[in-house]
Design a protein around this ligand. Structure first.
Ligand code: FAD
Length: 494
């Protein structure tokens, strides 16, 4: 039987980084008790990328699916809480804004809060929308609990991704996933249809499979090395191609948010964990030498360094197909967008969910593969646009990097979204998108876009009624805020 016609029973995952072990854990849980075998091969000699510390809120859905206990998860990964991202310097030296999780206000008269807010602003109202979003206020005051009497506090986590992979490895092995240590030296293809039939390790072992999941990191050993899938590159809009990462000692209590500070030729992250602070400098090597980038990061660390610098290279974009023949690429093997909005681990998660939803029982169906790829690539494009919005709207011209970024423009899909917002106040998004109205509103207005109009329904409230509703909302947020303990106290009680 040709490889193409075979039912999927033997699943082989290459790579034991965050992507590999997240995939192994989810497949292990989903297929427990079924006649499938799941094998993960990883090479200790090659190791993992060793960065990846900030997440977005749906990570909790993944953990819930695995039935991980939230406190155990935070303890095992040295995690802290992330309520959003503070952007500094993206519109010039003293410019800052906060991109929070959760919702800005609540829907009123069937339309999103921000339309009412825009009307309020046009009438000369106070411009700070922070008091209408609990997560912004909790971040400002360094407070957190998972919920108040009125509902959840929307949050993600900062964590040690390597510790997360270790936690998931234990979980996956308990579910029957077999782990092999060794280096894949050769990928063998069916001469008839080009499907992968087996992997040869450098010690001579051979691993046969029906479905292969490529979690081998940037090298894309299967999807690219063997299948030559091709890469769709976005570096003309996202010129940063390098990063240097370096953890340091914590200075003070961990803040419950990520900080992303624009720099001369890129930006710098600061991510507080329980036991250290993660730092990194993302930059364009065409505008800044690697040694200088490292020196600038060292000079701007908030504490003493705890490890040597980890230098990384990448290309913004994705494989032309995430699922090619009998190979699905998950994690860095599938594509990469710089961590400005902490979306890589999320893309791992959604690719796993998509694979689980469409997992073949018998032969792999090309229509299923086409649908999988269409959805996966659309998701990359939407997140790409959100990341590019930060750069394209930055309006800085103080260095050659920022001048080149301004000249690069933006994809039409983003330009249309921004123009629609500017002209009407409407935020164009699809249900199920990771970033909804609050996220787009925070970033677009944070980067200086001022809508000229708002939804006509917002004119239906009288001035007095609008003022009273705003006061009620502010009061509700203030009440919830008062219920929250300091973030550090929450962590201490884990
Ligand atoms: P890797 O960690 O590189 O793992 C690859 C695996 O494949 C390893 O186990 C390796 O041993 C194995 N392998 C490779 N070749 C072979 C072979 N021949 N034989 C056997 N095994 C092999 N994501 C976020 O969500 N938030 C962040 O804040 C964030 N920050 C980032 C910052 C930077 C600068 C970068 C570059 C990435 C960041 N990411 C972030 C992305 C995140 O690090 C990755 O998405 C995540 O770690 C998954 O990596 P991976 O498992 O795909 O690859």
């Amino acid at each position: 039987m040709s490889a193409r016609a075979r039912p999927v029973r033997r699943i082989v995952i290459v790579g034991g980084g965050t992507a590999g072990w997240m995939t192994a854990a989810a497949l292990g849980r989903a297929l427990a008790g079924q006649p499938h075998s799941i094998t993960l091969v990883e090479s200790d000699a090659i190791g993992t990328i060793g960065v990846g510390e900030a997440t977005v809120p749906p990570i909790h859905d993944f953990n819930r699916y695995l039935r991980l206990d939230p406190a155990e998860f935070l303890r095992a990964t040295h995690g802290t809480i992330k309520l959003g991202i503070e952007f500094e310097g993206w519109g010039g030296a003293d410019h800052r804004y906060f991109h929070p999780f959760g919702y800005l206000g609540i829907e009123m008269s069937g339309i999103h809060f921000h339309h009412h807010w825009l009307r309020h602003l046009a009438a000369g109202g106070d411009a700070d929308h922070g008091p209408y979003n609990l997560e912004t206020m909790a971040a400002r005051e360094g407070r957190f609990a998972p919920a108040t009497r009125h509902g959840p506090v929307h949050h993600a986590v900062h964590f040690d991704a390597a510790a997360y992979a270790r936690l998931l490895r234990g979980y996956a092995e308990e579910k029957g996933v077999s782990r092999l240590e060794g280096r894949v030296a050769d990928v063998r293809l069916d001469p008839e249809d080009g499907f992968i039939t087996s992997l040869a390790l450098d010690d001579g072992r051979v691993i046969e499979g029906d479905l292969f999941v490529d979690c081998s990191g940037f090298r894309g050993l299967l999807i690219e090395g063997a299948l030559r899938t091709g890469y769709c590159e976005w570096s003309h809009w996202l010129p940063c191609d390098s990063a240097v990462a370096m953890p340091c000692e914590s200075a003070g209590d961990p803040a419950p948010f990520t900080r992303a500070t624009a720099r001369e030729a890129g930006w710098q992250w600061r991510i507080p964990l329980q036991h250290r602070t993660g730092n990194g400098h993302v930059y364009s090597s065409a505008h800044l030498e690697h040694d200088e980038a490292e020196a600038l990061l060292r000079a701007r660390l908030p504490g003493a360094p705890l490890a040597d610098a980890n230098r990384l290279r990448f290309v913004a974009g994705h494989r032309k197909a995430i699922w090619n023949r009998n190979c699905v690429a998950i994690g860095l093997a599938g594509g990469f967008l710089e961590p400005l909005e902490s979306t890589s681990i999320h893309l791992i998660q959604t690719t796993i969910v998509r694979l689980l939803a469409l997992l073949p029982r018998d032969a792999i169906d090309p229509n299923v593969v086409a649908r999988f790829n269409r959805d996966a690539l659309r998701e990359y494009e939407v997140i790409r646009d959100f990341v590019i919005a930060h750069y394209a709207l930055a309006g800085r011209d103080d260095t050659s990097f920022w001048r080149d970024v301004a000249a690069a423009g933006m994809p039409d899909s983003l330009a249309e979204r921004i123009e629609a917002f500017r002209a009407t106040g409407n935020i164009l998004f699809e249900p199920g998108d990771l970033f909804g109205p609050t996220n787009w509103y925070a970033v677009l207005t944070g980067q200086g876009v001022r809508p000229k109009s708002w939804h006509p329904i917002a004119d239906g409230l009288s001035d007095a009624e609008l003022a009273s509703r705003l006061a009620t909302l502010r009061g509700r947020v203030a009440e919830q805020l008062a219920e929250l303990p300091p973030h550090v106290e929450f962590l201490r009680k884990l």
